[in-house]
Design a protein around this ligand. Structure first.
Ligand code: SF4
Length: 195
């Protein structure tokens, strides 16, 4: 069956596939440009996202907006989502079963979006998508190619809230992401008409 964005949103809104459905206030579906070349994937919604049902609002969202602005990107050009769509209590890491239960939604989002560049924000997303032993401190900014995607990882914006000295490194990673997107456009590996 061919799902649409609306179908996926409806399934997430009513989902009870894992125990996080019992503690969330709102499930948080990904949001952004449905034709974006850049897809950002974080681990899970935080407190403010859970209250509003929107990804990357509150202080982490403000840091993300600043990083995007510094690299000449707008939210309207990207798509942002999470590995799990419901907030783990106390902002703990999502459990293995929770990640597996929610993964089909991420697969549908990726299938519908067909991004050129996939960016994992933080250790949990990088270890689920890139490699189970991915070390965000040592390997952020490195690139992997899989199917039609260029994949990378950088720190989650919340890491900058805890340690502002990371801002420069994350900004550099974001600017490389924009360069990679532009290289792929020039090489014809992505359809620039969609942005
Ligand atoms: S985290 Fe995902 S699988 Fe679990 S209840 Fe929420 S939407 Fe469903």
């Amino acid at each position: 069956m061919q799902y649409t964005w609306k179908d996926i949103e409806g399934h997430v809104a009513a989902c009870t596939r894992c125990p996080l459905s019992r503690t969330r206030n709102h499930p948080v579906m990904g949001r952004g440009n449905g034709g974006a070349d850049i897809m950002l994937i974080a681990e899970a919604p935080g407190g403010e996202e859970d209250r509003q049902g929107i990804p990357f609002v509150g202080p982490s969202g403000e840091i993300l907006d600043s990083l995007l602005r510094d690299c000449g990107l707008k939210r309207a050009e990207i798509y942002i989502t999470n590995i799990v769509k419901c907030r783990p209590p106390g902002n703990r890491d999502p459990g293995e079963e929770e990640k597996e239960a929610c993964f089909p939604y991420l697969k549908y989002e990726t299938y519908l979006l067909k991004p050129a560049v996939i960016v994992c924000l933080g250790r949990v997303a990088a270890q689920r998508i890139l490699s189970p032993d991915f070390k965000i401190t040592r390997q952020h900014g490195s690139w992997t190619y899989r199917k039609n995607y260029a994949l990378t990882a950088t720190y989650h914006p919340s890491a900058i809230l805890r340690d502002s000295s990371k801002y420069g490194a994350v900004k550099q990673d974001f600017c490389e992401i924009v360069k990679k997107r532009d290289e792929l456009r020039l090489s014809g590996r992505t359809d620039c008409r969609r942005v």
